[in-house]
Design a protein around this ligand. Structure first.
Ligand code: DQA
Length: 146
């Protein structure tokens, strides 16, 4: 049976393609999920995607991945910068965690320079736009093959 990679998308990412296209590009979230799923299939993995604007739903989703999913790829949106509850949920997950951002938050407003998720991520992929989704799945595949 294929290992499951949980892909979590945080607030406002449901608007991708329409929202600030000069920052986040014109592809929709469905386009990014499809790209991630295609790479996953080549790697013998399966992507399970959840998007929510609600912090509690994201935390439940991460908790339900424990002992069920092999890895987590998460773009927490603005929760990146202040959700210690998402930090704690990820800390309780036993597998690799990849933090993913379309833009490079470090090159933007100062309040985006802090990530409370990075300390519990195995690694972080930022600034590569939609390509980051494919890179994240490749990174997870390598980590799981170790
Ligand atoms: C983002 C960066 C965050 O700062 C922002 O709040 C987002 C998107 C990104 O993918 O670049 O919603 O996570």
């Amino acid at each position: 049976m294929s290992q499951i990679v949980l892909l979590v998308s945080g607030p406002n990412l449901n608007l991708l393609g329409d929202r600030e296209p000069e920052v986040y590009g014109t592809d929709s979230l469905d386009d990014h999920v499809a790209a991630a799923a295609a790479v996953a299939e080549r790697c013998g993995l399966v992507v399970e995607h959840h998007q929510s604007n609600d912090e509690a739903v994201i935390i439940d989703c991460i908790q339900q991945a424990r002992r069920r999913c092999a890895a987590i790829i998460i773009n927490p949106g603005a929760f990146t910068h202040y959700s210690w509850a998402i930090h704690d949920a990820l800390a309780a997950f036993e597998g690799p965690v990849v933090e993913l951002h379309l833009s490079n938050p470090n090159a933007r407003e100062p309040w985006r320079h802090t990530s409370v998720v990075s300390p519990v991520a195995t690694g972080t992929i930022v600034g590569f736009g939609g390509h980051g989704y494919e890179l994240a799945v490749e990174a997870v595949s390598r980590l799981l093959a170790r």
